[in-house]
Design a binder for this molecule. Structure first.
Ligand code: KIV
Ligand code: NA
Length: 265
């Protein structure tokens, strides 16, 4: 695949090729992630946590998401760029949802939007899809509803919630979503859902039986020392690496080791 489209992802699922997805929120990181061969870059509203330092994803605004997304789009050559609609930009009515999605597409140049929820936001998803904007769904632990859940623990462990999840996944497929994120649910349930629908299911904390995986880039690079859920694999310890580089710089400045003869004009 020279350039990833929503169609490529559906083809990948049909051929059994797993889909790789990571978040990015700025130009430089997007460029690195894209060069490394990622299929999908998500401009997640997790920017609210890792970029802005908020405790939840709720405070980030549509304007702030557009700023992050436009930066990412300039850094991505091959990857499909999906942008989260932030909390408050689509829940109140379908027209507002469409207006928000249009702003993202026009002002950031992103390729698709992602919304949290199933049946409750059916009309909004329909409206956005009718305007020709590809939609990725997001079910399971949907962080914009954290105050309803009251906890970040695994969702859909009980049958009632599991059945609703299966129904919502089928609904999203039927509406025409090109893909779906399942966050923090039992692996068995996620696999069952992935096998029962034809659109690719991307998991985070949803096991290996799905069609692709997504992680927050700051988490997988180990920039975040405090966040250690079971589903996270750390590929680096950038927190330590960066801290030691920076403290070396501090001591080089203090000791006048930096700059040396060759590092000046
Ligand atoms: O905002 C985000 O980073 C996400 C992923 C965790 C799926 O929605
Ligand atoms: Na998100």
């Amino acid at each position: 695949y020279k350039k990833i489209t929503t169609k490529s992802l559906i083809d990948m699922k049909a051929h059994g090729e797993k889909i790789s997805m990571l978040t990015a929120y700025d130009f430089t990181m997007a460029k690195i992630v894209d060069s490394a061969g990622i299929d999908v870059i998500l401009v997640g509203d997790s920017a609210s946590n890792v970029m802005a330092g908020h405790e939840t994803t709720l405070p980030i605004t549509l304007d702030q998401m557009i700023y992050h997304a436009s930066s990412v789009v300039r850094g991505a050559e091959r990857a499909l760029v999906v942008v989260d609609l932030p909390f408050g930009s689509y829940q109140s009515d379908p027209k507002e949802a469409l207006r928000s999605a249009i702003r993202i597409m026009k002002e950031s140049g992103g390729h698709a939007v992602k919304l949290e929820g199933g049946k409750e936001i059916k009309e909004s998803i329909k409206k956005i899809l009718n305007a020709g904007i590809p939609v990725m769904g997001h079910l399971g632990l949907t962080p914009q509803s954290i105050y309803k859940f009251g906890t970040y623990t695994v969702r859909a462990k009980e049958e009632e919630e599991a059945l609703k999840l299966i129904e919502d996944a089928k609904l999203l497929e039927k509406l025409g979503c090109f893909s779906l994120v399942l966050e923090k649910i039992p692996a068995k349930l996620a696999q069952q859902i992935a096998e029962s629908i034809s659109i690719p299911v991307i998991g985070i904390g949803a096991g290996s039986g799905v069609d692709g995986q997504v992680l927050v880039i700051h988490d997988m690079l180990g920039m975040n020392n405090e966040f250690s859920p079971r589903f996270l694999r750390r590929y680096m310890n950038l927190f330590e690496g960066m801290t030691s580089a920076i403290s070396q710089y501090v001591s080089d400045v203090k000791s006048t080791d930096f700059p040396n003869e060759k590092e000046q004009y």
